[in-house]
Design a protein around this ligand. Structure first.
Ligand code: ADP
Ligand code: TRP
Length: 358
């Protein structure tokens, strides 16, 4: 793919057309054409160990889109500074996220893959965007409210997090942003900021669209709430066998005996996870046996563990190979950064000129 040769239409009419496509249910072939020639962008914070919710909510959809358009994926290490205050830990999480993403199938021949902080232009654009961002817009962000409610100190970076995210998206003229449901509001904020900037200074930014897969928009954690690095309910993609088994076997279920019929079995958290990692027929058979009565939760959890382990087997092997070849991983990130930076400079330059900073 010649990245620079891909033409992106930025006219208001064209964008309006895309919007229509994304507002309705899209058949796969229509969706395929709708993404052709588009820039797909997403990022993941290096603020902890990546889990099954990150995988199904964001990584898998992003990986599946890597050959449907011009994909830009990055590790948001600047964003991790809002909650992590240990340099070595950040280095570790950033490298781990790179290994995880590559092991799970991100193909650096198809996608531009880089570290956010290797494109420092994004921080300059953040400032420019901050000046058109109403404080009220940031005050309404759920993610900020959730984090502060949980006791994370409300530093200015945490508050302004969505402006940096807007800059990440706008600086690459991104059209489509695949994320889990919890990031939807941040993409909406990005759209608002872009429109405000365009209104003040002319048509500078492409207005991006969020892309959320309904079936995996919110993957539940071991306690039934949204799986999250910070809730202690995560099943990590790559942790060792023993802790993974322990985590799954420790899932708390209701008190019904194995013999009792469980007509609501599809709502069970372990079943929701089995649906993601197990073959369809295993899921269907387990569902039937739970509904009929005669299958206990212990056996359900064993089945879930076995399929979880098998599902990520190939990725685990690839990760070991990558971990033994860190020079390759570093070269992928640097090549990706060089490519991303070229694009970022063009858009930043356009923004600077538009607002009289040339
Ligand atoms: P966490 O909540 O664990 O800190 P992040 O906020 O770093 O996760 O999310 C990284 C990406 O993974 C985002 O696109 C987010 O929407 C997605 N994601 C995180 N948790 C889930 C989940 N439980 N279900 C679906 N997607 C998720
Ligand atoms: N906020 C995202 C997360 O919590 C990471 C992120 C940063 C991002 N910039 C982005 C996602 C731009 C999509 C687009 O993981």
């Amino acid at each position: 793919m010649t990245r620079s040769s891909v033409q992106r239409a930025t006219s208001a009419g064209y964008r309006a057309g895309i919007h229509k496509v994304f507002d309705r249910q899209i058949d796969p072939p229509v969706f395929f054409f709708s993404l052709f020639g588009m820039r797909i962008l997403s990022g993941i914070q290096s603020s902890g160990v990546l889990h099954v919710g990150n995988y199904f909510g964001m990584m898998k959809p992003a990986i599946e889109l890597q050959d449907r358009g011009e994909a830009y994926y990055f590790i948001a290490d600047y964003h991790s500074m809002t909650t992590i205050f240990d340099a070595d830990l950040r280095r570790k999480y950033t490298l781990d996220a790179a290994l995880d993403f590559l092991a799970c199938g991100l193909d650096p021949e198809k996608a531009v893959f880089f570290r956010q902080s290797d494109v420092p232009e994004v921080t300059e654009l953040t400032w420019m965007l901050a000046t058109v961002t109403p404080v009220g817009l940031l005050e309404r962000c759920h993610s900020y409210k959730d984090k502060t409610t949980k006791g994370i100190s409300a530093n200015h970076g945490l508050f302004t997090y969505p402006v940096l995210m807007a800059s990440d998206i706008l600086i690459y003229d991104s059209n489509v942003v695949p994320v889990g449901r919890d990031q939807k509001q941040h993409v909406e904020v990005t759209r608002d900021i872009a429109m405000k900037f365009n209104k003040a200074y002319g048509e500078v930014f492409v207005i991006p669209e969020v892309r959320i897969r309904e079936d995996t928009a919110v993957v539940p954690g071991t306690d039934g709430q949204k799986m999250s690095k910070s809730y202690g309910n995560a099943i990590d993609i790559f942790s060792d066998e023993k802790p993974t088994r322990k985590k799954i076997m420790g899932m708390v279920m209701d008190s019904r005996t194995p013999e009792e019929p469980k007509p609501d079995a599809e709502k069970n958290t372990a079943m929701q996870l089995l649906k993601l990692v197990g073959p369809e027929e295993v899921y269907a058979e387990t569902l039937e046996r739970l509904r009929a009565g005669g299958l206990g939760y212990g056996d359900l959890k064993k089945t879930l563990f076995a399929h979880h382990w098998e599902y990520f087997e190939e990725a685990r092997q690839r990760r070991l190979e990558l971990a033994a070849n860190l020079d390759f991983v570093e070269s992928v990130l640097q090549k990706g950064a060089a490519c991303a930076r070229t694009k970022a400079k063009t858009v930043l330059d356009r923004a600077r000129k538009a607002c009289g900073l040339d």
